[in-house]
Write a protein that binds this ligand. Structure first.
Ligand SMILES: CC(C)(COP(=O)(O)OP(=O)(O)OC[C@H]1O[C@@H](n2cnc3c(N)ncnc32)[C@H](O)[C@@H]1OP(=O)(O)O)[C@@H](O)C(=O)NCCC(=O)NCCS
Length: 321
């Protein structure tokens, strides 16, 4: 069955399988809430189109696939997330969903199917999903440590101003005066974030793409907190970090990007923006999630200082069609 998010009841059944599997396999289930996900799938966005497939027998949903069709950056790739209800595994459900997804990818002219296994063991990265991926001809391209931090935490000791820089903070929209430079930093992030051997075409951000992404997050019910550092002498926006969540899942917050412009690295700006952003966003008990390549040692060191610990390893896979 094709799923496009427009029928809330169909979407709820689809979502229940997708999120149910995450709850079953992850100590800290992560992902969008049902409405947040439905708005993403049913709406039109500048950077991605999402839709889904369900393998349904009568009234029973056996398994689902969520497909992300990138419209900027990796436009050769379709990203597929498969989830099969535990009682219907090892019966070829995921293989059938993958076959349909591949047929659609070919019809759309895509060259690569990619997927992420979220549930890998923190040390080995292995899971049912990695066994499936290997069996179906995918190659492992990258790994990221999933780290969590239980909030609230006292960050006052870590909030140290850096000489020559001042902080600016904003919520859902980047202020017009910073938009031009913020676009440069987002593009820098897309270029510099370690992606291992993944096929990765950096996104060239534009003010229009930023405004579109901001509007989508608001439509999804998300809130976003940004702290950036400005180099006072030059007026350059030197670093930023973003964290967010939704009232739909108040116990779960996400650390999104943290980026320091190349010419401003080595000055402690990573922690200088993260600590006050964390202070601003934390209102009570919640778990903050973040993912980083194990080789991204500076970022992992900053996270460890803040108290993050590793709980899983996610791995990214690709199959060339
Ligand atoms: C991974 C997952 C989607 C597989 O679904 P499935 O319907 O059981 O997969 P299939 O029956 O099509 O399996 C095809 C082949 O993959 C391999 N495989 C699948 N699960 C495996 C497991 N737990 N251990 C070892 N091999 C496995 C086998 O080679 C299998 O063929 P076989 O049963 O003839 O030996 C399912 O276990 C799941 O939902 N896991 C949690 C979510 C996840 O990891 N998703 C993948 C991320 S995109």
């Amino acid at each position: 069955m094709a799923v496009d998010g427009r029928d809330p009841e169909v979407f709820r059944r689809f979502y229940d399988v997708k999120f149910g599997v995450r709850q079953e396999e992850l100590e800290f289930p992560v992902g969008m809430g049902v409405e947040e996900a439905r708005v993403l799938m049913s709406g039109e966005h500048a950077d991605v189109r999402a839709d889904g497939l369900g393998l349904v027998d009568g009234d029973t949903w056996l398994g689902v696939a969520w497909l992300d069709w990138w419209l900027v950056g990796n436009t050769d790739t379709v990203d597929v997330e498969l989830a099969v209800a535990p009682e219907y595994r090892r019966q070829g459900v995921a293989s059938r969903l993958l076959e349909v997804a591949i047929g659609r990818a070919r019809a759309d002219g895509r060259r690569i199917v990619s997927g992420t296994n979220l549930a890998g063991d923190p040390v080995t990265g292995e899971s049912a999903g990695t066994a499936f991926a290997r069996a179906r001809g995918f190659e492992k391209k990258h790994a990221e440590l999933h780290q969590v931090l239980e909030l609230p935490v006292d960050v006052s000791g870590l909030e140290q101003p850096v000489d020559g820089y001042e902080l600016v903070q904003w919520r859902e929209q980047a202020p017009d005066e910073w938009l031009g430079q913020f676009v440069e930093l987002l593009s820098g992030m897309s270029e510099d974030v370690p992606t291992g051997d993944r096929t990765d075409e950096p996104v060239q951000w534009t003010p229009e793409l930023v405004r579109d992404a901001e509007a989508r997050r608001v439509a999804q019910g998300r809130f976003t907190y940004t702290t950036a550092a400005v180099h006072i002498a030059s007026g350059e926006l030197a670093a930023y970090t973003q964290m967010g969540g939704t009232p739909e899942s108040p116990g779960r917050l996400n650390q999104y990007d943290t980026y320091v412009r190349r010419t401003h690295r080595g000055n402690g700006l990573g922690i200088a923006v993260k600590a006050p952003n964390l202070r601003a966003i934390q209102t009570g008990p919640a778990v903050m999630h973040t993912w980083n390549a194990p080789e991204n040692t500076p970022m992992i060191a900053v996270n460890a200082k803040l108290g993050f610990r590793a709980v899983a390893q996610r791995t990214m896979w690709e199959r060339v069609l």
